[in-house]
Design a protein around this ligand. Structure first.
Ligand code: NDP
Length: 233
């Protein structure tokens, strides 16, 4: 793969950190955002780390110059949160925080990057959604809504940007072992997964790298599931 400029949100841990490592090990130049740059766990000559809170419009504004001078060819909208609660107990704040971060954050960050990609007449946008947005999950009305929103956003954007050779896809992981799922993984759940195991970060990273590559030139507007078979239509 020819070296590209890649911007990844939430690159400091979990799936995002794996994606940063994957692109670096393929020789790419990476801009990774996080909320506290002083604690970023990786160092590399081809890595730039900058602070961004994707739920904060002001922080997005401050980030504009950094993105524009970096000029990303590939964007991975990875940062996301859960605030689970059963629907009747779900507060406005739990709803709004998750929608603001996962969905509005993805919208705002993509806006920062899309103009440059349109000028370059080449781009790859990969949004991390979730099978929760496709199958629904009790206790995750906010999260499921945000993630299926991302899939719809992906399809509309794919139609708007396709003529400029920009592909837009989402990757929908199942259960992947990270901080986010730390207290959810159990034997009962594993039994429901046809491949018989919880996913690891690398399972997601390889799909993101594929979608960013020339091998995926003719794939756009899709939601690709990486879940060991847990959700089948
Ligand atoms: P983690 O909780 O391990 O990491 C989440 C990342 O998002 C962290 O880097 C975190 O930064 C960042 N983040 C959260 N809120 C903000 C914000 N407002 N601004 C900037 N960064 C923020 O989660 P995962 O690695 O598991 O999840 C990564 C993505 O994959 C998410 O979008 C998640 O919804 C999705 N996903 C994960 C699945 C799983 O099973 N793990 C399944 C399906 C989808 P900080 O360290 O500062 O909190």
């Amino acid at each position: 793969m020819e070296s590209k400029k890649v911007f990844i949100t939430g690159g400091n841990r979990g799936i995002g950190k794996g994606i940063v490592e994957g692109f670096l090990s393929n020789g790419n130049e990476v801009l990774a955002s996080c909320r506290d740059a002083s604690k970023f766990p990786l160092e590399n000559d081809r890595l730039t780390v900058a602070e961004l809170d994707i739920a904060d419009a002001k922080s997005i504004d401050n980030f504009k110059n950094i993105v524009e001078s970096f000029g990303p060819e590939i964007l991975v909208n990875n940062a996301g949160i859960t605030k689970d609660n059963i629907f009747l107990r779900m507060s406005d704040d739990e709803w709004l925080d998750v929608i603001d971060t996962n969905l509005t954050g993805t919208f705002r960050v993509t806006k920062l990057v899309a103009k440059g990609m349109l000028k370059q007449k080449w781009g790859r946008i990969i949004n991390i959604s979730s099978i929760s947005g496709m199958m629904g999950n009790p206790g995750q009305a906010n999260y499921s809504a945000s993630k299926s929103g991302i899939d719809g956003f992906t399809r509309s954007l794919a139609k708007e940007l396709g003529s400029r050779n920009i592909t837009v896809n989402s990757v929908a992981p199942g259960f992947i072992a990270t901080d986010m799922t730390d207290n959810l993984a159990n034997e009962e759940l594993t039994k429901k997964i046809p491949l018989g195991r919880i996913g690891n970060v690398e399972d997601v990273v390889s799909l993101v790298l594929f979608l960013s590559s020339e091998d995926a030139n003719y794939i756009t507007g899709q939601t690709l599931v990486v879940d060991g078979g847990l959700f089948m239509k």
